[in-house]
Write a protein that binds this ligand. Structure first.
Ligand code: SAM
Ligand code: SF4
Length: 266
């Protein structure tokens, strides 16, 4: 479906939970963020209804994100349900990789095509410093499990923080080169101040060609990462919310003071 600026909106990003097993410094405070109550979070039936509606309005590509999508109970079942819907050409997931060792095989069997794994450094201490809770060995295991399960391509999302050491990004680039992984460098962004940038090695940040719409775990359809506009599917119904999100997709991002990365999923 085309928006008012003639962009074909065919990509739906679904945040399936606002919960996370890490506390990355650029994403969440150490104590975490106030979490949504369970009854606010969309059920699988509701998510499926939205995906179905999206497909009849031109969605062909879906990405599952979070919070951390792998902490959502029944995530494999959700992937199975989404891939069973006719019309999706591409379904991927963005994950921190910590639980991927456990889930990669089942996710691939459920029809997931590929994963983006977030990794900002290959230094174990630095990784722990950035994520506050993570053990890098779990991510390495997750990467190997994804490879063994045939998830392809495996892309690494590397956030380059405002004051990060060059060596972190260089180390990740080198690691990816040696291990057949694609890498995308994402400058640390700030939703509140509207500080956003192009994604090196990816297609994010190009407002003129942006084809995305986002769904938060509590049912807000967001036409843009950098906007306060949102249309809640429970309050408005799926059709009205979806059409309003597309009709009001701004030509370019500005600021978003209503969300954090952890509940909109990047
Ligand atoms: N938990 C999963 C993960 O980390 O991959 C999925 C959700 S996370 C919010 C999605 C992506 O957003 C990750 O690649 C993460 O690095 C990125 N991200 C989080 N906060 C960010 C920020 N302030 N600026 C740029 N990217 C950010
Ligand atoms: Fe969790 Fe992903 Fe945010 Fe890190 S970037 S705190 S893994 S949601």
């Amino acid at each position: 479906m085309f928006d008012s600026f003639n962009r074909n909106i065919n990509y739906l990003r679904i945040s399936v939970t606002d919960r996370c097993n890490l506390r990355c410094v650029y994403c969440m405070p150490e104590c975490g963020v106030p979490i949504m109550s369970h009854d606010k979070i969309l059920t699988f039936e509701e998510i499926i209804e939205i995906v179905r509606f999206g497909i009849t309005h031109g969605i062909t590509k879906v990405r599952i994100t979070g919070g951390e999508p792998l902490v959502r109970k029944g995530i494999v079942q959700l992937v199975t349900q989404i891939t069973a819907i006719e019309g999706i050409n591409d379904i991927g997931m963005t994950t921190n990789g910590i639980l991927l060792g456990q889930f990669a095989q089942d996710l691939a069997a459920a029809g997931l095509k590929r994963v983006n794994i977030s990794l900002d450094t290959i230094d174990p201490d630095c990784f722990h410093e950035i994520t506050r809770l993570g053990n890098i060995e779990d991510v390495f295991r997750g990467i190997e499990a994804a490879r063994a399960a045939g998830l392809f391509p495996i892309k690494i999302n590397c956030v380059v923080k405002q004051h990060s050491r060059e060596t972190d990004a260089a180390g990740v680039r080198d690691f990816c080169g040696k291990n057949g992984l694609q890498v995308r460098f994402i400058k640390e962004m700030n939703l509140e101040t509207g500080q956003f940038s192009l994604v090196e090695g990816g297609d994010g940040g190009h407002c003129a060609t942006c084809n995305r719409i986002r769904l938060t775990a509590n049912g807000d359809l967001k036409p843009c990462l950098f906007t306060d506009l949102s249309y809640n599917v429970r309050e408005m119904g799926v059709e009205k919310a979806y059409l309003a999100a597309i009709a009001n997709k701004p030509s370019c991002g500005s600021i978003n003071q209503s969300n954090q990365f952890s509940n909109i999923g990047g």
